[in-house]
Design a binder for this molecule. Structure first.
Ligand code: SF4
Ligand code: SF4
Length: 133
């Protein structure tokens, strides 16, 4: 047996494992990690530039439902919905937006049975019009 091997084996028994027991333990991530992003509908002017520029074709311009308030600057009442299954998190959409409408997060846990796109998050940035349900 290689000299020192037994010593190494015994040492290994007491060393804390390098693997993280996810999800019990959370992975440390940089604050500027590119996580889930979505448009703030109080700012978005519906110009579609982010959708045009997206290299992954992950953005669909979508009608803002009638019951939600849209700013006057968004005359067509449309907003970008990001498909997180297609998105490669390059943040091209964030940088090209002329009005800095994207809200960025470092959220990386995207596995979900419900939220796989950004509509719910974006709609939560605006309010419902009076009389809206
Ligand atoms: S981060 Fe990149 S891939 Fe994702 S929606 Fe924006 S432009 Fe498209
Ligand atoms: S580029 Fe900005 S303003 Fe234009 S549609 Fe996208 S989020 Fe809205």
């Amino acid at each position: 047996m290689r000299p020192g091997l037994i010593k190494e084996i015994i040492k290994g028994i007491f060393v804390k494992p390098v693997t993280i027991q996810y999800p019990k333990e959370q992975t440390l991530i940089e604050p500027d990690f590119r996580g889930r992003q979505y448009a703030d509908l109080k700012k978005c002017i519906g110009c579609s530039l982010c959708a045009v520029e997206c290299p992954a074709n992950a953005i669909t311009m979508t009608k803002i439902p009638d019951e939600y308030v849209a700013p006057k600057t968004n005359a067509r009442r449309i907003y970008p919905v990001v498909d997180y299954f297609r998105c490669v998190f390059c943040y091209r959409c964030v940088t090209v937006c002329p009005v800095n409408a994207y809200l960025v997060t470092n959220e990386y846990r995207l596995a979900s049975s419900t939220i796989v796109e950004s509509s719910e998050l974006s709609l939560s940035t605006t309010t419902k019009a009076a009389g809206g349900v």
